[in-house]
Unconditional design. Structure first.
Length: 522
């Protein structure tokens, strides 16, 4: 018979029964707490598709370029292999990336021509020598903070989970771009709200830079005609009489040793390397030739400068050449080039001599109608204006990138990157709304969302049908109503994983993919 003890605990007087009772009580409490936590606080969600790549990945291949060794991810779409859209590749299924292109050297991987045990594929090069195996990894698994949007609205750039307005039983994940009461237009890849450009927070921007060229990775067999249809050579080239020392096929270091006062330039040849189109290594390269050109670009390198030397970069956008400079005395300067090649300074700053004396990272970007110059921890930003045409109107002029120097300069870890580019109806006829001529007006409790992988994202731009609501009502096509918000994505906790030998389950996650999911404001 159970009775109350002096400690107000229910006991039977038998220690084994009491222990079992209290263990069961603890388990029930833990289960109830977990259930409440899952229902009201946090949920685990697996990314189903590549619409948010490369920020978040659906099922994908982890590819290492067979020429230069650059590592990138490539989409796995089950329907291409005659499988259901919910399928994951099983043992001995004929699965392999049909084609992919390296985002750094431009090497086009050959198609798989034979299988190798389980989920693996082996490639062969032109000499029929076995090369690299491929395997499919499931989508990133993330934590979603639920219920937060019952009390607060999403911030712009938040990554959110919501019910698909046209199929409310299905959850989608996208980036929140437009908020209630705003007029939204996508112009030349950028987001404009009420006629003003919306700049991405620094951490969000960092996630959204995409590689065009990384000089740390050079092809092993550059003479093959598999690099954008031709053989490979260094895409940076001396301009006219400039004296940078470069090798056509192997130049990990760019070096300048000049005694004159002139500026020496090397220019990126987009006909030789990857061009400036808004392509994604994650996607099928068959669509690359029709992608628009992205003119929001960034140059990065690590300079070593002797006294009186200067290192910089120039990016041309809409026909105007913008420059960023760092001098050996620590002076930082951004400006633009005007008639006769004259440089007009727009903003100056100063970095410490400690940063000059050590190997510090130089970055110069023209992005979201701003000039951004970084050297080590120092940063200066110049605003070109927020109006639609503030940065210029000659949008058809191709961008151009140069690296500049004077004196004795060595550069290592050189890279060129582009910004994310949101497609509008001007570039993609599938897009229904939110162009310059057909802007989107949001009313109360309406949100506009886009996937980071803009060419392959079914989102607010493309939904043709009105959203489904209760009582035979509907929501306007293209909006996510606040009632359909599920939560905020905030951390990738399981980004695929290693599989030990023949183990069917991958027990060890890839640590390089475990990360916070940034959004909102800085």
């Amino acid at each position: 018979m159970f009775h109350a003890s002096k400690d107000n605990l229910i006991t039977s007087g038998h220690k084994h029964i009491d222990a079992a009772y209290h263990n069961a009580e603890w388990l029930i409490t833990a289960f109830a707490s977990t259930l409440v936590f899952i229902i009201f606080v946090m949920q685990v969600y697996r990314i189903p598709t590549g619409s948010m790549a490369e920020t978040l990945r659906g099922a994908h291949f982890r590819v290492r370029c067979g020429q230069c060794g650059f590592r990138y991810d490539h989409d796995f779409i089950s329907q291409r292999y005659g499988m259901k859209n919910t399928a994951n590749p099983a043992k001995k299924m004929p699965i392999g990336p049909r084609s992919s292109r390296c985002p750094s050297c431009g090497y086009s991987e050959p198609k798989p021509i034979r299988t190798h045990d389980g989920q693996y594929f082996v490639y062969k090069d032109g000499k029929s020598i076995p090369a690299y195996a491929r395997t499919v990894f499931k989508g990133d698994q993330i934590f979603v903070l639920k219920s937060v949007y019952q009390f607060f609205n999403p911030k712009r750039w938040d990554v959110i989970v919501f019910k698909n307005p046209t199929e409310p039983r299905i959850n989608y994940i996208k980036r929140c771009i437009g908020l209630p009461g705003e007029e939204l237009a996508i112009i030349d890849g950028d987001i404009f709200i009420n006629g003003h450009i919306q700049r991405k927070p620094k951490k969000v921007q960092e996630e959204l830079w995409m590689t065009i060229y990384d000089n740390d990775y050079h092809p092993a067999r550059p003479d093959e005609a598999s690099f954008n249809g031709h053989s490979w050579k260094q895409p940076f080239e001396n301009v006219e009489t400039s004296k940078w020392r470069l090798s056509a096929t192997d130049s990990a270091i760019f070096e300048l040793d000049s005694d004159d006062e002139g500026i020496h330039r090397i220019q990126y040849n987009d006909q030789q390397g990857n061009d400036f189109r808004a392509t994604y290594a994650y996607d099928d390269p068959g669509s690359f030739s029709v992608m628009p050109v992205c003119s929001d670009l960034m140059v990065q390198y690590y300079p070593t400068m002797q006294a009186d030397s200067v290192a910089g970069a120039q990016i041309r956008k809409y026909g105007t050449a913008y420059q960023g400079w760092v001098r050996a005395d620590g002076t930082m300067r951004v400006g633009r080039q005007v008639a006769n090649g004259r440089f007009v300074s727009l903003k100056e700053g100063q970095c410490s001599q400690d940063e000059i004396g050590k190997l510090s990272r130089f970055r110069f970007a023209v992005v979201d109608q701003q000039l951004v110059l970084e050297f080590g921890s120092s940063r200066i930003v110049h605003d070109l204006g927020t109006d639609i045409d503030a940065a210029g109107t000659d949008r058809e002029i191709m961008p151009q990138v140069q690296i500049l120097g004077r004196g004795k300069v060595q550069l290592t870890h050189i890279g060129l990157y582009r910004d994310i580019y949101y497609l509008s109806s001007d570039e993609d006829k599938r897009v229904q709304r939110a162009s310059r001529e057909n802007s989107m007006i949001l009313t109360d409790n309406e949100f506009f969302v886009c996937g980071d992988n803009s060419p392959f994202s079914a989102d607010s731009r493309m939904w043709k049908e009105p959203g489904l609501a209760n009582n035979a009502k509907s929501y306007p096509a293209g909006v996510v109503p606040k009632d359909y918000l599920v939560g905020k994505a905030f951390f990738v906790h399981w980004p695929g994983g290693y599989r030990l030998k023949e183990e069917p389950i991958r027990w060890i996650p890839f640590p390089d993919g475990m990360k916070p999911i940034y959004g909102g404001k800085d």
